[in-house]
Design a protein around this ligand. Structure first.
Ligand code: ZN
Length: 96
């Protein structure tokens, strides 16, 4: 019974998440959660909770890189915005 349920979970995960490594589900007794292995686009294998598989499609290294890229992009955006503001200063005239 339990064996069938586990196999079904494995199949479901494999269908839902292409990056999931088949048969890699293990139980984390400490977290009371299931862990699974997944493959990143860079070819590295990483471990995460099965409940996080939907959002964790990259290995920690690639996630860190993506975060750094996003941060850099945001910083560039802010710098441009500030530059535009300083380029055209708007003076507010107060008329009596
Ligand atoms: Zn990666």
């Amino acid at each position: 019974m339990a064996k069938t349920a586990k196999r079904a979970t494995d199949e479901t995960l494999a269908v839902k998440y292409p990056h999931y490594v088949k048969g890699s589900v293990s139980f984390d007794a400490k977290a009371i959660k299931q862990r699974a292995k997944a493959i990143c686009t860079c070819g590295k294998t990483y471990t995460c909770f099965t409940s996080d598989l939907f959002q964790l499609t990259a290995c920690p290294d690639c996630r860190e890189k993506a975060r750094a890229d996003r941060k850099a992009a945001k910083k560039a955006e802010t710098t441009t915005a500030v530059a535009q503001l300083t380029a055209e200063p708007k003076e507010v005239e107060v008329k009596a």
